[in-house]
Design a binder for this molecule. Structure first.
Ligand code: CA
Ligand code: CA
Ligand code: CA
Ligand code: ZN
Length: 354
């Protein structure tokens, strides 16, 4: 990384820059990529999908093709910086540590060359998107102005399972991505959904012990997935050609017959009266409220309120208590008008007592 910096630095500043990078490397070996002194270091490049290939292309006819490289056009890929890596040469860094039970371990030196048929591609995707998600939370002030929200190296494992079954394991606080249908870690929205569970668990250990708390967990994962994807799209200038509200446009081509392909959506009309007692289905009640708050307050304000509020949720919270905590957080951070907006979003979902 220091070598790249040297090449990109104007001649007159070269010696200073090398000295600065050397000092930064000594002081913070695990956080290369973002200098604290103003010197910019170039991160190694990884080849990834721009969220997912259906979202970036708008092509609802893409299929998995048994993980074939030719099923997805080269235009769906881009190169992006793999930031915050340590010096190991593998996908291990400040916010994520990726291991794989399938095939060979990815090498940072080769990360710009993998395609979706390579096992290493999902490892690169997982590293990039977990890092990106934590960087987004950091950009909102979590870890500086506000408490950190899972600001640690998240263990991630790519597993070979028969079915679609990515999940977050409470005991090890590890995320696992399965390979059923479209490999789960080929879709950034699946990656970040699971990371959402890790964030919740870091904020409130054991979060999700009631059905309504579990539903909030699923809703938050879906919402964070969309929010981080939108943040990255804007930051890197990537195209989005599917509805913002559609979650996992690519993973879901394997198990949805109708188009657009979505695992779930953030914009359904479900209300409290539509509860069925299943956390993913009922999560769409909560995620619609989060989506409405976003559309009314803007992403940054909404997400600061939403994440900060989650620190105050009980592990077995009800929709009502979590909604009231979110209203109170909006009041605390932004005042009455924002609090009224948040309250209206939950009232529109028919949540009692709000
Ligand atoms: Ca694959
Ligand atoms: Ca899958
Ligand atoms: Ca999407
Ligand atoms: Zn989930």
């Amino acid at each position: 990384m220091s070598r790249r910096t040297a090449r990109r630095t104007p001649r007159g500043l070269l010696a200073t820059a090398i000295a600065t990078v050397a000092l930064a490397t000594l002081a913070a070996p695990a956080s290369a990529g973002v200098g604290t002194t103003g010197a910019q270091t170039a991160a190694p490049q990884g080849r990834i999908f721009m969220v997912n290939p259906v979202q970036s292309s708008g092509d609802q006819n893409l299929t998995d093709g048994k993980d074939s490289a030719t099923a997805v056009p080269a235009s769906a890929y881009t190169l992006a910086g793999l930031r915050n890596l340590d010096a190991s040469g593998g996908l291990s860094g400040r916010w994520a540590t990726v291991r794989s039970n399938t095939g060979a371990a990815a090498k940072v030196a080769d990360a710009a060359g993998y395609d979706r048929h390579d096992d290493q591609f999902e490892q690169v995707m997982a590293y990039f998107w977990v890092n990106e998600a934590q960087e987004y939370l950091q950009s909102l002030g979590f870890g500086s102005e506000l408490p950190g929200a899972n600001d640690r190296a998240q263990p991630v494992r790519i597993d070979q399972w028969g079915a679609d079954n990515s999940f977050f394991t409470d005991k090890k606080a590890e995320i696992r991505y399965g390979k059923g249908g479209v490999d789960d870690a080929e879709d950034a929205e699946v990656i970040v959904h699971e990371y959402g569970h890790a964030v919740h668990n870091a904020q409130v250990p054991g979060f999700g012990t009631s059905e309504e708390a579990g539903s909030i967990g699923e809703a938050w994962g879906d919402y964070l997935a969309v929010s981080v994807g939108a943040y990255a799209d804007a930051k890197y200038g990537w195209p989005r050609r599917t509805d913002l509200a559609c979650v996992a446009d690519w993973d879901s081509v394997s198990y949805t017959a109708t188009v657009p392909h979505c695992l779930r959506r953030l914009d359904t009309d479900k209300t409290y009266a539509d509860k069925v007692g299943e956390v993913h289905a009922d999560g769409e009640i909560w995620s619609r409220a989060l989506f409405d708050i976003r559309n009314a307050l803007g992403a940054r304000t909404a997400d600061r309120v939403i994440v900060d509020a989650q620190f105050g949720f009980a592990p077995d919270t009800s929709f009502k208590d979590a909604a009231l905590t979110t209203v109170a957080t909006a009041q605390k951070l932004y005042g009455k008008s924002a609090a009224d907006t948040v309250r209206k979003a939950f009232q529109a979902r028919g949540i009692p007592g709000v």
